[in-house]
Design a binder for this molecule. Structure first.
Ligand code: GDP
Ligand code: IMO
Ligand code: MG
Length: 427
């Protein structure tokens, strides 16, 4: 048995796709447990750049099964587009399995996402507008439709009639928008379901069978700890649990079945959308991080906010997720700096604190306490082993390791599959 969870330790886009792809060379199955097409995971190989939204990042290996778990919200149209794009690029997608328990994003979800964001005005969350929040709200409100409901025409029509009547009242009476047409939705979604039918199955059973057969499984989380609905900077969060516990739930595995939990962290930090971000850098150095790091959203193309490595966030994520180890990505982006600030704590109300705060208002007011580490001003992207890294870069990694409180076992030094160093730390 071998189950490894890979999750984001910051505010997303840490390089989970790249780390998953790198580890998937030795995996039999990769499972996506949560989120929707709000996620964008990039994998770069000799065949080019792949931007994956719902399909797990094991898809580029011909012998790796890829499972979209029960915890995911699926927009069938965008999943079909993703599968078709992969097929066009010569990637075989027949090994993609979709959980029949996954909740479905219907046309009113992205519409409501947009209308809700507009009505929040200055307090908008900066969502990806993919319908993620409204779809999960319907799921927990027991108004959602599962993939399994939609494969049966009569159930689909009955359930949709009930839900759409309510949604149309909200659209027309609250937002003054046009109502949606039931028969149009039924027709479109029936054709989507026909296309997806060969992929639909009992994903959690496939996962458990793979565990019983001693196969090697990766669970590739989407989003990240500080976007978690409970532990993130609420309400500026996503609507799922992108933690290790959430990954278990979404994939259909128990915590006792997990062997390793790898947290992915950038060597600095970024955030897309609104909300507190204590180490955000607004000056020229923030711009350098953005341009060197190509920090533009994989899903929305929005410029990412950039800042310095945040020790309290990292340590919090390490503990909340029970991380066994850490993959540190994008070290190469720091190659140009003379001195690199690293946040070791926060000051709030005259006191020194060492954890993120629950209130977004208060968390937005904390001031980072920085320690300045020497830069290395040397290209790290061609390093073949840890020993090739400049001494200052090694010290930077060791200091981050102390702050996180977990061993850093992988270092990313470039976007491509081969630009990863393994670090011989016993775990
Ligand atoms: P994810 O959502 O966590 O999978 O991350 P994204 O794919 O949205 O964003 C990470 C970006 O950084 C992508 O463009 C990756 O190709 C790139 N990337 C990942 N690891 C590294 C690294 O070590 N160095 C550099 N320069 N780029 C990286
Ligand atoms: P990956 O898996 C970065 C952010 C959005 C917004 C908030 C809520 O690629 O790391 P939502 O559409 O989920 O309702 O938006 O969460 N967000 C992400 N930020 N990476 C992601 O995914 C994200 N998924 C959602 O920008 O602030
Ligand atoms: Mg991303």
């Amino acid at each position: 048995m071998s189950v490894t969870i890979i999750i984001g330790g910051q505010w997303g886009d840490e390089g989970k796709g790249k780390i998953t792809d790198s580890l998937a060379v030795q995996a039999d199955m990769v499972v996506r447990p949560n989120g929707s097409a709000n996620a964008g995971h990039t994998v770069q190989t000799d065949a080019g750049i792949f931007k994956l939204h719902l399909v797990p990042s094991g898809i580029l290996y011909t012998d790796c099964d890829c499972v979209i778990g029960a915890g995911v919200a699926i927009d069938p149209e965008s999943l079909i587009e993703e599968l078709d794009d992969l097929n066009k690029r010569g990637v075989n997608t027949s090994r993609v399995m979709i959980s029949d328990r996954a909740t479905v994003i219907l046309p009113y979800h992205p519409l409501l996402d947009q209308l809700e964001e507009q009505s929040r005005g200055e307090q908008s969350i900066g969502t990806t507008l993919k319908g993620n929040g409204p779809a999960y709200a319907d799921k927990v409100g027991r108004r959602g439709l599962r993939i399994a409901d939609m494969t049966d025409e009569r159930t689909f029509a009955e359930r949709l009639r009930l839900v759409l009547a309510e949604k149309n009242k909200i659209l027309t009476r609250i937002y003054g928008a046009d109502p949606l047409d039931e028969s149009e939705i039924l027709e479109h979604y029936a054709s989507y379901m026909e296309r997806l039918a060969p992929h639909i199955g009992q994903a959690e059973i496939a996962v458990q069978d793979a565990i019983d057969a001693g196969k090697r499984i990766l669970i590739e989380g989407a989003q990240a700890t500080l976007l978690d609905i409970d532990y993130g900077s609420y309400p500026y969060v996503t609507s799922t649990s992108p933690t290790a516990a959430g990954a278990c739930q979404g994939a259909g595995v128990g915590p006792g079945q997990v062997d390793r939990t790898i947290g992915v962290f950038k060597a600095y930090i970024t955030r897309v959308g609104s909300g507190p971000f204590p180490t955000e850098e607004h000056d020229q150095r923030g711009e350098i991080l953005r341009s060197r790091g190509k920090e533009f959203g994989t899903t929305t193309g929005r410029p990412r906010r950039t800042g310095w490595f945040d020790g309290p966030v990292a340590r919090y994520a390490a503990r909340i997720n029970g991380l066994s180890e850490v993959a540190l990505t994008k070290l190469d982006i720091l190659d140009e700096f003379d001195r690199i600030p690293v946040c070791t704590g926060y000051r709030y109300g005259g006191e020194l604190i060492s954890n993120p705060l629950a209130s977004a208002l208060q968390y937005g007011e904390v001031e980072p306490v920085y320690e300045y580490l020497d830069g290395w001003r040397q290209d790290t992207s061609n390093a073949q082993t840890m020993d090739d890294l400049p001494a200052a870069a090694q010290r930077y990694i060791e200091r981050l390791e102390e702050l996180i409180g977990r061993p850093i076992t992988y270092i990313g030094i470039g976007p491509s599959r081969s630009q990863i160093l393994e670090r011989g730390v016993a775990v």
